[in-house]
Design a protein around this ligand. Structure first.
Ligand code: NAD
Length: 373
């Protein structure tokens, strides 16, 4: 069983899908691991460390030759996978709703594409969940990015020259990223509040010492879609949320938005008028900018200033912590393949619950119910 670890080709992608640590574990399972030279360099993992862990290093063609499992962070074009074994698995974050043509390419090339972001949210799959591991780091980094752009301090400071007041930080969307953002902003000494459409998050916000800001008494308030994700909210709810949030945003120094709805554009949470209501020097970080953006005026890959308010739209925020993001992503992939490793077959064999959820293509066809849906 040959596993290939590719050097990422997407612009700005600094992560790698296996680290020397996980290579060693794959080798211990009996796999033959090939790593494309330089694959880990942007994440500070040196070729020599992969070699010491038991990998063979080579160019892309040598790495792919006969590979039965290909590991990636982002999905490569099918054309760049030539030389892999017929029916080879590709396990990566494949962004299938956006990159549908690429998925069709995997089918045509006979690749079995496994979208790691479709991992079901069930207890036994938690250690395989790339969305959680990467969102956690993104939530942390969003707060640091906000602090770096903010021309004031986060904690209250009482000095001989006078008092500096604590920054007011508002987190919109309290999933994995939002919870970590609350915890990080609290650790930095900010006064933190947060909101979500899922009422279950109210208690989580309080337990982290932040203030929940919630729409009450509006129909359809539960906000829970399938699999623990948010659903799209009613127009009544959206209007009530906009009113509540407007008054609150105007008093904030930092706003971090993280709201996503799987398979849909990100919900618009902050209008240009709300941005204009904030005082100059305030900072907004839009973690959903690549999914269409929560904030009007946010630009993917840029920090823009509108009326003195900075709107931060970094792409691939987890990748800005490339070493840790790679380490966690790689462990997610290892935990996934190891959980299904069949000693007799000398390779992983998926069960239906997880296999059907993440498999996009097989035997030349697109098979994912979510894509055919
Ligand atoms: P996500 O990235 O899909 O969305 C981020 C947050 O934005 C969510 O909390 C969502 O409710 C919120 N949101 C959506 N629309 C909004 C709006 N209009 N206004 C305000 N907020 C809005 O979510 P996530 O981080 O992936 O987590 C979702 C849930 O799934 C969490 O409860 C998390 O703990 C759970 N989870 C479970 C597992 C598991 O059991 N394996 C793994 C990961 C996450």
């Amino acid at each position: 069983m040959k596993i290939a670890v590719l050097k990422e080709q997407a612009a700005g992608e600094s992560r790698v899908a296996a680290t020397p640590e996980t290579v060693k574990k794959f080798v211990a399972l009996g796999a033959d691991v090939a790593v494309e030279a330089g694959a880990g360099s942007a994440a500070s993992y040196a070729d020599g460390d992969y070699a010491a862990a038991g990998a063979r290093l080579g160019d892309r063609a040598a790495t792919l030759a006969g590979a039965e499992i290909i590991l990636g962070v982002q999905g490569p074009d099918a054309a760049s996978l030539a030389g892999a074994a017929s029916g080879a698995w590709l396990a990566a974050s494949l962004n299938p709703f956006v990159e549908r043509a690429r998925v069709d390419g995997y089918a045509a090339a006979g690749i079995e594409a496994l979208a790691m972001e479709f991992m079901p949210r069930i207890t036994r799959a938690q250690s395989m969940d790339i969305l959680s591991s990467q969102s956690n780091l993104a939530g942390y980094k969003a707060v640091l990015d906000a602090a770096a752009e903010y021309g004031r301090a986060f904690p209250m400071m009482m000095t001989a020259a006078g008092t500096v007041s604590a920054a007011r930080v508002f987190i919109m969307g309290v999933g994995v990223a939002g919870l970590q953002a609350i915890a990080t902003a609290r650790r930095l000494g900010a006064q933190v509040s947060a909101t979500d459409v899922r009422s279950a998050t109210k208690e989580q916000i309080q337990s982290l010492g932040a203030k929940p800001i919630f729409v009450e008494n509006v129909a359809g308030i539960e906000g829970e879609g399938s699999g623990g994700y948010a659903g799209e909210m009613s127009p009544e709810y959206q209007a009530a949320q906009a009113e509540l949030v407007s008054g609150h945003i105007a008093k904030q120094d930092i706003v971090i938005t993280t709201a996503l709805i799987p398979g849909r554009p990100a919900p618009r949470l902050i209008s240009a008028a709300q941005v204009a209501s904030m005082r100059p020097g305030s900072v907004i970080v839009d973690l959903a900018v690549e999914a269409g953006g929560n904030v009007e005026g946010a630009v993917a890959g840029e920090v823009v200033t509108v009326g003195g308010v900075k709107i931060v739209g970094h792409r691939n925020v987890a990748g800005r912590l490339a070493a840790d993001a790679s380490a966690l992503f790689s462990r997610n992939l290892y935990n996934f393949l190891n959980a299904f490793w069949n000693k007799d077959a000398g390779r992983p064999v998926l069960d239906a619950e997880i296999g059907d959820a993440i498999r996009l293509t097989k035997d030349g066809r697109v098979v994912s119910a979510r894509l055919l849906g």
